[in-house]
Design a protein around this ligand. Structure first.
Ligand code: PGA
Length: 251
């Protein structure tokens, strides 16, 4: 049984004070114990969110992490730092990191390995560009990303990975993939995992959909067999909207 994972990706929004106010409100609204809720906050907000969710089952994550243990890497944050701050998850390889900050499948792989070794659950993001979908190579793109991003992991390690399928054309655009499109690719990802590892590992992996998911479309997307949750950007910034998505996942 996979527990639905509804993760907010705040991106570069909210000051620590605004984060605190969100947590207070969301904690009042979050009643479901059969759904795992998670907020992936900007690094500077993590202490406020950890404190804000104290005494609840809501988890806290980061949006990126560097793969070296420590050293002269100005501006970076390590897995041990995130763990010590109270994070249990970390988004890795978000398309915005790939697009604006030079993230490659190789560095996504290094970050994923580092996160797993430190006991931090990576949420590895994959997804095709609009042009790639139009050229009918979505499956090739996803298969390549899965293979490279998870390179060298054992089947046991893979069970601790969360994969977020985020078609790049659906992120922040209001153009959600249809529930059937989301299911098709999420099922394809699971089949790839079964091929690369084994069925047991593939069945254990949480696969999320992300890209303009909101309180209006979450119900249908989350009703699909292979869609185990969502990675939510815009709609995770408002406690009421995010709580409504969590509620949709608990049905
Ligand atoms: P969106 O972002 O929900 O605002 O489309 C999703 C994401 O980038 O994770």
């Amino acid at each position: 049984m996979r527990i639905p994972l509804i993760a907010g990706n705040w991106k570069m929004f909210k000051t620590p004070q605004e984060a605190e106010a969100f947590c207070e409100r969301f904690k009042e609204l979050y009643k479901d114990t059969d759904v795992q809720a998670l907020i992936c906050a900007p690094a500077i907000d993590i202490p406020a969110v950890v404190k804000g969710f104290e005494g609840s089952n809501i988890k806290v994550g980061a949006q990126n992490v560097y793969f070296e243990k420590e050293g002269a890497f100005t501006g970076e944050v390590s897995v041990d730092m995130l763990k010590a701050a109270g994070c249990s998850f970390c988004i890795i390889g978000h398309s915005e990191r790939r697009q604006y900050f030079g993230e490659t499948d190789e560095t996504v792989n290094k970050r994923t390995v580092a996160a797993l070794n430190a006991g931090l659950k990576p949420i590895v993001c994959v997804g095709e560009l609009k042009w790639e979908r139009e050229c009918n190579i979505t499956e090739e793109v996803i298969a390549r990303q899965i293979k490279l991003d998870l390179w060298s992991l054992t089947a046991e390690q893979v069970k601790n990975v969360v994969i977020a399928y985020e078609p790049v054309w659906a992120i922040g655009t209001g153009k959600t993939a249809t529930a059937d499109q989301a299911e098709e690719v999420c099922a394809f990802i699971r089949a790839q995992l079964a091929k690369l590892y084994n069925q047991d590992a593939a069945d254990a992996v949480t696969i999320q959909y992300g890209g303009s998911m909101n309180d209006g479309n979450a119900d249908e997307l989350l009703s699909k067999t292979n869609v185990d949750g969502g990675l939510i950007g815009g709609a995770s910034l408002v406690a009421e909207k995010f709580a409504a998505i969590v509620k949709a996942a608990s049905k």
